[in-house]
Design a protein around this ligand. Structure first.
Ligand SMILES: *Cc1c(COP(=O)(O)O)cnc(C)c1O
Length: 403
């Protein structure tokens, strides 16, 4: 391999670009995880994490990938043979289902076509039929990273309430937390699952459970076997600023930096930035004459866009050319949309010009790979970024300085 000049564009929807500030924070010498400096760090982290999950309830940190936090959510709250309701929104929902089945849970899997989010009416209908309260939990993926579809979590909550059903509500926010507005408390979520390597801008290796009072209560009776993932020991040690086992100390240094960056920018502005980049990307896709996998305009993801390849063209061959020629990694099609879609990640530590570069690489790649399209996608995205910049400028305009 010859040397690649300039910076690699990591435009997969996670892991995302890790900012230099965070890399430098992680590089510091590891400290004693039972000493006073660690205790102070841990207490601050656990407090500030609540802001990002928009909750006043505890957030638990595991040294694990997101999959670990999926497992933790289930084993802490459920018993073997319990029935859970899930929805087939895409590849990640399918993986969570498989994990649940391996834990001896009975999964009702609402079918889906991978082009829409969770249907709140279907949830309401299924729960209304369950007068015996057999269903113990409703588990959904907020942002389906395989399809670029964001489900309407608040509407699903309202559907559960309309059915008057007592099931726990669990939501995977691995690719939406700190990118798309997400409200653990307002939306009455019992367990929120998250990971470090997407909106939180960290390397892979940390995952999270935010837990409600109701989830904690359920954990007292839950019969599934758990040890590493057990919330009770974790919460008891966390209260003193420590962990029951060795935490990922250096990733926690990085988490401190990530939280400082997010809270400095302000969550509102973080969400607005992702919304701007999502919209600009969709305008580029439309101008190219291509189609997003997402079909409902209310459900477009602002953290990634999945683009359908025209019939007869292989998305992976296109991605390979983009990587080889322009040193940019795009996300592949997962599961049943393998080779049919490519995914553009626009989440995490990302700005207007990085998006412009990313979309330029896609447009150049479409040409290079001979994929039928119109040019002008990049220009359509730039037009949206320019409009957004002008609108922000009008809103923040100060009095002119007197001559
Ligand atoms: C990335 C992702 C996962 C998997 O997380 P790992 O860290 O790879 O275990 C699960 N769900 C969603 C929605 C994701 O985006």
């Amino acid at each position: 391999m010859t040397r690649e000049a300039g910076r690699h564009f990591l435009q997969i929807p996670g892991p995302t670009n890790v900012p230099g500030r965070i890399l430098r924070a992680i590089e510091r010498p590891t400290i004693d995880h039972r000493g006073p400096a660690f205790g102070a760090l841990c207490k601050g982290l656990l407090a500030d994490l609540r802001t990002v999950f928009q909750t006043a309830q505890p957030v638990i940190v595991f040294p694990a990938s997101g999959t670990g936090a999926w497992e933790a959510a289930l084993v802490n709250t459920l018993s073997p043979g319990d029935r859970v309701l899930m929805a087939e929104t895409g590849h990640f929902a399918t993986l969570w289902r498989r994990l649940a089945e391996r834990l001896a849970l009975e999964v009702d899997f609402l079918p889906g076509d991978w082009r829409r989010g969770v249907d709140p009416n279907a949830i309401e209908e299924r729960l209304s039929e369950d007068s015996g309260g057999e269903i113990k939990a409703v588990c959904i993926v907020h942002n389906e990273t395989s399809t670029g579809v964001a489900s309407r979590v608040g509407d699903v909550r309202a559907a559960i309430d309309r059915a008057g059903h007592p099931a726990l509500f669990m939501v995977d926010t691995i690719s939406s937390l700190a990118s798309i507005d997400y409200r653990h408390d307002d939306w009455g979520v019992d367990v929120t699952v998250a990971g470090s390597q997407k909106g939180l801008m960290l390397p892979p290796g940390l995952s999270f459970n935010a837990v409600s009072e109701k989830a904690l209560k359920a954990s007292e009776m839950a019969g599934l076997t758990r040890s590493y993932w057990a919330w009770d020991e974790m919460l008891a040690t966390n209260a003193k600023g420590f962990f029951p086992y060795t935490p990922a100390t250096n990733l926690l240094f990085g988490l401190r930096e990530a939280l400082d960056m997010l809270l400095d920018e302000g969550l509102e502005r973080v969400f607005a930035r992702h919304a701007r980049h999502g919209e600009a990307t969709r305008r580029a896709v439309a101008a190219w004459g291509l189609e997003t996998l997402c079909q409902d305009p209310r459900e477009h993801s602002n953290s990634l866009t999945a683009v359908l390849m025209p019939e007869g063209h292989d998305a992976d061959a296109f991605r390979a050319q983009v990587l080889e020629r322009f040193d940019m990694s795009l996300g592949n099609g997962l599961g049943k949309v393998q080779c049919r879609v490519f995914r553009i990640g626009h989440l995490g530590d990302f700005n207007d010009l990085m998006l412009a570069g990313t979309l330029s690489g896609v447009e150049l790649g479409l040409g290079l790979a001979g994929v039928p399209h119109r040019t002008g996608g990049v220009q359509a995205a730039l037009d949206h970024l320019a409009e957004a910049a002008a609108a922000d400028r009008r809103n923040t305009k100060t009095e002119p300085i007197p001559a």
